[in-house]
Write a protein that binds this ligand. Structure first.
Ligand code: SAM
Length: 190
């Protein structure tokens, strides 16, 4: 499977956003290589978009652990569910919710592809429904960091293109890989 083939399943507007908004398959495969070495109870993608990361990860994981995605844009959750059905996949669930309001605690591993950054930039946006404001970004980043700080010891947060800040209180950085297409890191709750 290549990104080109996978992305061709998307409506044109979402396909065009793929290089900027959805995790490339190479990064998901690399994440799976890391997860294989871990004791994983479940993986939660915070801001799952069209479901690209979850739908590819669940195929690599092949039943090793359940995969979850939470996404606040209803139409993207609906599309994720359609793709899941079309691909005949099980072991992956998508929920339409705002993780800043209802944080999904209890997963051993979280995946984060910089979901809050959209508040800061105008280019390659999914839509223009959300307010763009540095003040709101800072406030939301604080809420996000606070939720992550309440996860239990040993929880891992995997970031691609970061989580929006530089320091993650309560966590230590344990892995880092620089890709030409973006930085991948793992943080562990102390
Ligand atoms: C950069 S995209 C990553 C999509 C997906 N994780 C992937 O890797 O393919 C970030 C996603 O986070 C979603 N998002 C941003 N803030 C959110 C929030 N507070 N609650 C739920 N989803 C959110 C956006 O709608 C967007 O779909």
């Amino acid at each position: 499977m290549t990104d080109e083939i996978w992305d061709s399943l998307l409506p044109v507007a979402y396909k065009a956003l793929s290089p900027y908004q959805w995790t490339p398959i190479e990064i998901t495969r690399f994440t799976w290589e890391y997860l294989k070495t871990e004791s994983v109870s479940s993986v939660m993608d915070l801001g799952s978009g069209v479901g690209k990361f979850c739908l590819n990860l669940v195929q690599y994981a092949n039943g090793s652990f359940p995969v979850y995605g939470v996404e606040d844009r209803k139409e993207l959750v609906e599309l994720s569910l359609e793709l899941k059905q079309k691909m005949g996949l099980t072991g992956v669930q998508f929920t339409n919710s705002d993780f800043l309001v209802n944080f999904p605690f209890g997963h051993s591993h979280y995946y984060v592809f910089n979901p809050l950054y959209e508040m800061m930039k105008g280019e390659h946006s999914i839509d223009f429904k959300k307010e763009r404001s540095a003040m709101v970004f800072i406030k939301n980043l604080q809420i996000f960091k606070n939720h992550l700080n309440h996860c239990k010891k040993g929880t891992k947060v995997i970031t691609y293109h970061g989580f929006g800040g530089t320091a993650l209180p309560g966590y230590k950085k344990i892995l880092k890989k620089e890709w030409e297409i973006g930085e991948w890191m793992v943080w562990e709750k102390e």
